[in-house]
Ligand binder design. Sequence first.
Ligand code: NDP
Length: 466
Amino acid sequence: ELAEIGLVGLGTMGAALALNIAEKGHRIAVWNRTGTVTDAFVAEAGELAARVVPTHSLQALVDAIAPPRAIILMVPAGDAVDQQIAALRPLLGKDDLIIDAGNANFHDTERRSAEAEVQGVSFIGMGVSGGEEGARHGPSIMGGGPRAAWDRVAPILTSIAARHGEVPCATWMGPGGAGHFVKTVHNGIEYADMQMITEVYGLMRDGLGMAAPAIADVFDGWNAGALRSYLVEISGAVARAVDPETGAAMLDVILDAAGQKGTGRWTAIEAQHLAAPVPVIEAAVMARNVSSRLAERQAGQAAFGAGPQPVSLTVEDLEGALMAGKILCYAQGFTMLDAASKTFGWGVPLPECAKVWRAGCIIRSDMLDHMAQALTEDPGRNLILAPTFAALLKQHHGALRKVVAAAALNGHGLPALSAGLAWFDLMRTARGTANMIQGQRDFFGAHGFDRLDGKPVHHGPWGGHA
Ligand code: NDP
């Protein structure tokens, strides 16, 4: 009996995805570069092994799948994907389909899509979120490529995806690199969400003198309210954990230098290319970069003083600040998606992005459900102007202001929350200050400017300097 689908790359994500596919009743053929990994995978698949077809050559993999074939690649992003496409393509026909499910840079996906069109094998670039656990039991899936190709594999993908109520979190976002782009912005928002939580953690630890278990209680409390989300939930669990070796709070033995694989950086870089303001995400990437400069930070504290000082804030202030910061960050992320969608002509359905992130992925939260509703009402409106979120911002921006001000006066760096607040204040200032920039530009570069009164005078009276 031929398999419905194939998969290349039985690493962490590929193995989990293959088991998920088999569990949902689909026969799947698998191949891995290192054959012993394939054998071990089947040996450990238990009763699901009955629906797994192990193969030991790419030709055998292709032969094991019913045409028109669909093959998922779950190998490291970059060269490995190009190598696998090059190896598979000669074995495939024009109705066959290759699906790259790794964390590709969307520029690579755009290129591969264009190459696929020439070479006559369909190509889908698909973002998969939720880590190993998500891949195994229900990831959030963001697809991009030819709509007809997506529709062909959609029944399998929706069957393995996470569910929000009855709605599966597997959605076609548009042609070419749209799916991988949406996944990239998801990861950028993930960086920002994590950073804002980290900033209020710092205020609790260094500003309010709270120990890790008390901080865990606060996160647990927030997770029962409007901030309910996977990231707040796991922050509580992280704060509660105890180091088995020393008995100390786990948080207090973890080195304060954050790792990153680059998707947050891609979001910041693409935002700059698109002139889309995402200061909270940029600040979050910056903060990770600063965190890894441990020796410099130590020298900085020695040179400039004693680090963060006590603050007079309440836990309710912090909760309000986090609420406001989160809304501002997501508003920026959706604006960026909209800008990319228009620039690349993808037609990304913004409400569907909010919906696909409601379950399975790292940034899943209750608030995303309300965001999906607000974007459905009016996808073209900035999220901060949607009535639900405008009301929340009116309620909480005072807390954000208070927290950022107290932090600034007492030496706590809050890059993400303060960047969010600065953006918010710019966004509610009808008469801004860029008239000075325009004056300066005209002064030194004769760049000209528009006038408020609409008169056609395009240069200032800068005399001999102009
Ligand atoms: P792993 O390192 O666990 O697995 C990599 C797999 O790719 C292995 O099966 C490996 O085979 C194979 N492979 C490596 N290089 C090549 C190559 N040149 N040619 C063919 N096969 C190769 O990676 P993950 O499963 O963690 O990640 C896979 C993709 O999924 C990445 O793009 C990652 O960014 C993305 N991703 C990962 C998440 C995670 O939480 N881990 C979450 C979401 C996306 P072999 O056994 O021979 O080494």
